[in-house]
Design a protein around this ligand. Sequence first.
Ligand code: DGL
Length: 283
Amino acid sequence: MTASTGSDKIRIGVFDSGFGGLTVLRALLPQIPTAEYFYLGDTARLPYGSKSQATVARYAVESAQLLESYGADYLVIACNTASALALDAIRAAAHVPVLGVIETGADSAAAASTTRDVLVLATQATVDSHAYARACATHGLRSIEKACPLLVPLIEEGWIDSPVTRQVLRIYLEQAQAEATSAGMALDTVLLGCTHYPLLRGLLRESLPKDMTILDSAESTAQRVRRQLRSLKSLPEGTTDTGDTNIPVCHFFATDSVDKFRTLGSRFLGRPIEQVELIDLGG
Ligand code: DGL
């Protein structure tokens, strides 16, 4: 195991079932460049989105505990499925503050939508939990929650601009639009309720009307982390925690192939990933 470096930097643990949470890490780096980051992708047990609440909670708690054992002072659950199904279990098991991505996603949809009708694309488990419908309703938003179970495997395969993925996406969007029309809803915002889906932003843009806003929770989550750390006095006031030109220190852990993590993860993170440590969390 790589131990924490023992520096006095705030240590932020970021967790996802796979690579998707790297889109959240990508947003965190410029927001809090002075932190040290520990990212875990539970790639051996992915997908979470087709599993039961009990299994997702067990996997997510084990993953969160691993990050804490590396010295994480703060945990970001950069997985919508784990946030929707296991946030309470993770908080109960953790000894540090824990932030999920559902509320922050709903916050950004609330800020963007004019019609107050939002389409949420997510995994089957996230949709079945209706966590997004509840979070959206607190802002007075109506939502169509559309499960897109084929998207995560396609993205994990790297098929992010393949005609197959384009066709699958188009079918999901047509089904969601038909549901919205029959409910008399006027969708103006699409919220990507799975941290893998930002990789499909290009395909989504092609497939959706030009005036439809596409959002994910990465940016709003990163901003919330920064605000919370400030309020916990874990970050200095003023501007010294942004605009830092140093590249933050990131440690990467995966429960399956480190080679795949390096190759595919770099696409999600938007920068090369050099070193990944293989972790065994059991079955
Ligand atoms: N990235 C996860 C999420 O945000 C989904 C991937 C999975 O199904 O494990 O929901």
